[in-house]
Design a protein around this ligand. Structure first.
Ligand code: XMP
Length: 497
């Protein structure tokens, strides 16, 4: 060979490139196992102080996570991260809504006055959707309790009678510190369905209902804070101190510094400033390299990984920059593990197999957008195209999302009147999927299968024990259904084009 063609220089050196891998490039090597998938424990940490019962987060996107999704995610043991295109006031209201859901003690209590007529109270209870109400005096002291059963005989004979005549005036009350078990015991003992909560002076401060307690029991895996409220995450921009402080005060458990390139040093400074002002844990992202992780790991409570893997992302084709997700996770996890900081793999997960591969690469939890965008709990309505049902799903860097929020995530200024956006995402639609619960069931069940194949009973053990094998393109083809015509849709598989 001509000697000149073998010479190396500044630019030809660049072509000695390291390989970077993503989900389809690898598979988990099956290992000896005594782990039954159903018994694999998927609990994990999302940030230094917040544990989850399932290692799943819903993406901070305006077509994925508002309070309905966050409530449903926390009830199932994961975490919803509210998007940041909401006004700060609305974001605070959304956090409060999650915190109030499934509350043992209801605070907005519907009350009756002793001199109201039973007809009046009957109409009020119907309007408010309750079947009973404490009766309170002018200063809020509890005089009695009235329910549909008390009212019914009066409605027949004298509906203009006053509540004071129809109510039960021997009221069983409890103090602020009552637990669900104690309240239930009171209810069984006295054959009642609601217990008013009173302060030391006997003034009404809340209400515990049998229905509320039973509803909480349905969600055994729910993740709750130290006050027993559902947990919630909130996305904030790196320079949005106001949003960070307001949502922190409203009770947000984890703030996610939400930026497409968190290795920008201004972003890191902004994130540090926010961390210094809030009580919530602060997860910083997104990054995709070891060097970025090194610059963040000393102050972050978690690091989120993903530069362009998302289903609606065009970052890699638009900017020419990015990092295939398995390598990105592994690089960041190498650094984070040394500091005991959790890692969240964000984007590109299409199947449960991808999710558990992300954990094997070093993540503690995974964040998904497209997987959940078609569920009932995602914002937006169902649309029908050619008889098939869909819900809208769009990148936060798409033109539509940037117009209704801002381009801050992509470090872009608002365009002037005659300027255009330079988007890094597309607007799309996801097939309608029904309830989040059934989607999560499939996702978690598939991840547990992966733990079974590897023989690891817990997420930390799985991270240690799992190994990858490299897959050729023939191997990839072999891994999907092939040479058949699929006749029935599986709940956890749809072919990729
Ligand atoms: P999946 O694949 O689960 O990805 O739909 C969701 C994640 O994608 C990121 N995201 C974007 N990335 N342009 C991007 O390059 C965008 O417009 C965009 N919107 C969201 C985000 O990290 C999300 O969690």
């Amino acid at each position: 060979m001509d000697k000149r063609s073998q010479r190396k220089g500044q630019f030809t050196d660049k072509l000695d490139v390291p390989e970077a891998l993503t989900f389809d490039d690898v598979l988990l090597r099956p290992k000896e196992s005594r782990v039954e998938p159903d018994e694999a424990d998927v609990s994990t940490r999302v940030s230094t102080n917040v544990d989850l019962n399932v290692p799943i987060l819903s993406a901070a996107m305006d077509t994925v996570t508002e309070s309905d999704m966050a409530i449903a995610m926390a009830r199932q043991g994961g975490l919803g991260v509210l998007h940041r295109s909401l006004d700060v006031e609305d974001a605070v209201a959304e956090v409060e809504r999650v915190k109030r859901a499934d509350e043992l003690v209801i605070r907005d209590v519907v009350t009756a006055a002793p001199d109201q007529t039973v007809r009046d109270v009957d109409a009020m209870m119907e309007r408010e959707g309750v079947s009973g109400a404490p009766v309170t005096g002018d200063d809020g002291d509890v005089l009695g309790i009235i329910s549909g059963t008390d009212i019914r005989p009066y409605l027949e004979v004298g509906e203009s009678d006053e509540v004071r005549e129809a109510m039960t005036d021997e009221v069983v009350t409890a103090g602020e510190d009552v637990t669900a078990r104690e309240a239930l015991e009171l209810m069984y003992e006295h054959k009642i369905e609601r217990v008013p909560i009173v302060d030391e002076d006997g003034h009404l401060t809340g209400l515990v209902t049998m229905q509320g307690i039973l509803q909480r029991r349905e969600y055994q895996d729910a993740v709750r804070d130290e006050n027993d409220h559902l947990r919630v995450g909130v996305a904030v921009g790196p320079f949005e101190e106001e949003r960070a402080v307001a949502t922190d005060e409203a009770g947000a458990d984890v703030l996610f510094i939400d930026c497409a390139h968190a290795h920008n040093m201004n972003v890191i400074e902004g994130a540090r400033a926010i961390k210094a002002q809030v009580e919530a844990d602060v997860v910083v992202g997104n990054v995709g390299t070891r060097e970025a992780a090194e610059d963040i790991v000393d102050f972050a409570d978690g690091i989120k990984v993903g530069i362009g893997p998302g289903s609606i992302c065009t970052t890699r084709v638009v900017s020419g920059a990015g990092m295939p997700q398995i390598t990105a996770i592994a690089e960041v996890a190498d650094v984070a593990a040394d500091h005991d900081v959790p890692v969240i793999a964000d984007g590109g997960i299409r199947y449960s197999g991808d999710a558990i591969k992300a954990i094997a690469a070093g993540a503690d939890a995974v964040m998904l957008g497209s997987y959940f965008a078609g569920t009932d709990e995602a914002p937006g309505r169902v649309i029908t195209v050619d008889g098939k049902k869909y819900k809208q799903y769009r990148g936060m860097g798409s033109v539509g999302a940037m117009q209704s929020g801002d381009g801050d995530r992509y470090l872009k200024d608002e365009p002037e009147d005659d300027e255009e956006y330079v988007p890094e995402g597309v607007e799309a639609a996801e097939p309608y999927k029904g309830s989040l619960e059934s989607e999560l069931f499939q996702l978690v069940g598939g991840m547990q299968s992966g733990m079974g194949y590897v023989g690891a009973p817990t997420i930390p053990e799985f991270k240690q024990r799992s190994e990858f094998v490299r897959v050729s393109s023939a191997g990839q083809t072999e891994g999907h259904p092939h040479d058949v015509m699929i006749t029935d849709e599986a709940p956890n598989y749809s072919p990729t084009e």
